[in-house]
Design a protein around this ligand. Structure first.
Ligand code: SF4
Length: 372
C-alpha cells in the first residue's frame, strides 16, 4: 500500500492523487490521520510556504432570496432569524471592506443573496469595486452575486473585480437533493462565464449535507476539473428554521480528513477553511491550517465567527504569516513571532460540543462595528 508520504512524493514530482487514494484519506484511522496531515502539509508548504491568505466577507444584501438552497439561512422558506436588508450603499460597503482590510485581509469578498444580479445590481458592484480599489490599491476583490447572465462577468472584470465565487456546493450526484430552483449545470455555467471573462474562479463545497465519502471525492475532482483557483470548504452550520436544522454529521477529525483530502487532490490551489470552521473544527483549527492555506477573518454572512483577534493570534501561534504582510520565507525560527472516530466511515458523537450558529448582529447592515 502506498504511504501518504509516498503519495506526497509522487504529487510533488508532478503526479496526481487518484479517486481511490482520496477516498482512503477520508477513511484513515485516527492513528493514521496525523501521518496523512503531515504528508499533505508538505504539499501546502511547497506551494504556499508559511503564508495564510486572509479574506473578509461583506454581505451586500442579506436574506430575501427566492432560491430554495436547503442549507441556506437566507433561502426562500427559511425561518432563521437572520438580519435581512437590501443593498448596502457604496459608502457602507467601503466602510465594511476597510474594517476587514485593516484587520489583515488581502481579499474582500462582496456577496449578495439572490438567484443572480440584475444589470442594476452589477452597476452597484462596479461602483463599489471602483471605490474600494481607489482607496486600497492592492486589495483583491471577489464578487459572489449568484448566477450570471451573458456579459455580466465581463463588466465586473472591466471594473477591476479580480475573482468570482460560485460554489458547486456538493457533488453533481447530490445536488438536486439540496436545491431544486436551479441545477448543477447552472452553477457550472456561471463558473465558466467567470473564467471566460478572465475572473479568477473561486468555487467550493459544503460538507455535512448528507453526502457520502464518494460524493465528497466526486466534488473535489469536479473542482479540480473546473480548475478553481480557490476552493472554500464550508462545514454546514445547521440553522434553526432551515431544513438542515439539527443536522450534525461532522466531527473535528472528519473536517480535518476532508481538508487533507482536498490538499492531496488539489495540491497547488488555495484551500480555504470557510464557514463552520469554529463550530466544527473547534480545537483542530490550527492543525487544519497545516493543510489549508486560507481563512475568512471575523464573521460569516449571517453568523458570527470567533473574534478576529483570536484568528490572528492562532496564525501567529502556529508560525504562519498573513499573505501580503509577510516576508514569506520560513526560516524555521519562531523566536520573532508575537505571539470522533470515523475509522469505519461512520461518525459518532458529532453533536458533542456542537452548538447552534450565533446569528450575526454586527458589521454590515447593523450599527455595530464589524468583527475585524
Ligand atoms: S442562491 Fe445564495 S442566498 Fe439564495 S438561497 Fe441559495 S445560497 Fe442562499
Amino acid at each position: 500500500m502506498t504511504t501518504y508520504d509516498e503519495l506526497a512524493d509522487r504529487i510533488l514530482a508532478g503526479g496526481a492523487a487518484t479517486a481511490e487514494e482520496a477516498l482512503a484519506v477520508l477513511r484513515t484511522t485516527d492513528a493514521e490521520l496525523l501521518g496523512a496531515v503531515a504528508a499533505a502539509a508538505r504539499l501546502r508548504r511547497e506551494h504556499f510556504a508559511n503564508t495564510v491568505k486572509v479574506n473578509y466577507l461583506v454581505n451586500l444584501k442579506s436574506g430575501l432570496c427566492p432560491e430554495n438552497c436547503n442549507y441556506c439561512s437566507q433561502a426562500l422558506g427559511s425561518q432563521a432569524p437572520i438580519l435581512k436588508y437590501s443593498w448596502l450603499s457604496k459608502d457602507e460597503a467601503l466602510s465594511q471592506a476597510g474594517a476587514g482590510l485593516r484587520g489583515g485581509a488581502s481579499r474582500v469578498c462582496m456577496v449578495s443573496s439572490g438567484r443572480g444580479p440584475s444589470d442594476r445590481d452589477v452597476d452597484r458592484v462596479v461602483e463599489m469595486t471602483e471605490a474600494i480599489k481607489e482607496e486600497y490599491a492592492d486589495v483583491e476583490v471577489c464578487a459572489c452575486l449568484g448566477l450570471l447572465k451573458d456579459g455580466q462577468a465581463d463588466r465586473l472584470r472591466a471594473a477591476g473585480v479580480d475573482a468570482y465565487n460560485h460554489n458547486i456546493n456538493t457533488a453533481e450526484s447530490n445536488h438536486d437533493k439540496i436545491v431544486q430552483t436551479h441545477t448543477y449545470d447552472d452553477r457550472v455555467d456561471t463558473i465558466e462565464k467567470a473564467k471566460s471573462a478572465g475572473l479568477s474562479p473561486c468555487s467550493g463545497l459544503i460538507a455535512g449535507l448528507g453526502e457520502s465519502d464518494a460524493q465528497l471525492v466526486e466534488a473535489l475532482f469536479a473542482l479540480k476539473d473546473l480548475d478553481a483557483d480557490s476552493i472554500p470548504v464550508n462545514f454546514l452550520m445547521p440553522f434553526d428554521g432551515t431544513p438542515y436544522e439539527n443536522t450534525w454529521e461532522l466531527s473535528p477529525m472528519r473536517c480535518l480528513r476532508i481538508l487533507t483530502m482536498a490538499r492531496f487532490v488539489c495540491p497547488d490551489k488555495e484551500i480555504r477553511i470557510a464557514a463552520g470552521r469554529e463550530m466544527h473544527l473547534r480545537s483542530l483549527q490550527s492543525l487544519a491550517l497545516q493543510v489549508a492555506n486560507s481563512i475568512f477573518l471575523g464573521d460569516y454572512l449571517t453568523s458570527e465567527g470567533q473574534q478576529a483577534e483570536t484568528d490572528l493570534a492562532m496564525l501567529r501561534d502556529s508560525g504562519f504569516v498573513i499573505l501580503g504582510s509577510e516576508n514569506d520565507a520560513d526560516d524555521g525560527d519562531d523566536t520573532d513571532r508575537a505571539a470522533d472516530s470515523v475509522e469505519d466511515g461512520t461518525v459518532e458523537g458529532t453533536a458533542s460540543g456542537a452548538h447552534n450558529p450565533a446569528i450575526r448582529r454586527r458589521g454590515a447592515g447593523t450599527e455595530a462595528p464589524a468583527n475585524a
